[in-house]
Design a protein around this ligand. Sequence first.
Ligand SMILES: [Zn+2]
Ligand SMILES: [Zn+2]
Length: 268
Amino acid sequence: MDAFRSLVQHSRAALGDTLTFVIFTSLADEAGFQPIFHFFKACVKNGWLKAYQIQAKSADTALESTTAKGMLKAHLVEAPAVLAGVWLLWFRRWMSLDNPTPTSFKSFAMQLVGTFLVSETFQYWWHRLEHENSWVYRHVHKKHHEYSKVTPYAANHNAALEVAFTITLPSLVWVHLFRHSFFTFLVWRAWGTFQNVLVHTGYQFPFLPKGTERHDWHHSHNKGNYANWLTIWDVITGTDATYVNWKVRQAEKEDGARQADGVASKAA
Ligand SMILES: [Zn+2]
Ligand SMILES: [Zn+2]
């Protein structure tokens, strides 16, 4: 923590508070994004981890190249500009760069767990509203659904209003609600970015919540499964009912096909 504090103080002395906030936050975002994004892109390209791939349907390369062009502009220009605005209009009045670290490990861990649970709840209800209100769907969420299956690119394929209301504003509200230090804010931003790519990787691992598999179905069917990563709100409110029925029918079809294969091989 001392090393982080001294890094922040050196950066402030050399570059000023606004650039320090923008550079540290951009680096946290990229740390959460780049490794997982490139790892799963390599998995798709080289056929790694195939046993965990949700569907083998090939990617829409034209759409991915459009997203890639938009991503470059978003990461290098738009996001830093928004962060500078956020600092100047909002954060500089209260976020302390003099004391940029949490008071204890316990408070840091509790703030992150609390933020995670509140964020998952918010993301469920907001995502559900995006689908249930046609104006919000058209202007905010429709662009994200141009992908009919998840791929690491889909995480970054969003309308400007989606970025503002689904990603940027909530992360700022959580800072106020949970009184994040600058360090906690950076860790949360890195985690939020990482988790957004994680639900769009197209790979579901058995030891993780079923968020990626369910989100893939959400993209292909555009119905229900509104949860972000934890599936709990879909289960409680029943918005996963169509998906659960679909899974049962799929399992029955696979059973039927296996039995038909067995009969055919016996007859042969
Ligand atoms: Zn959606
Ligand atoms: Zn998505």
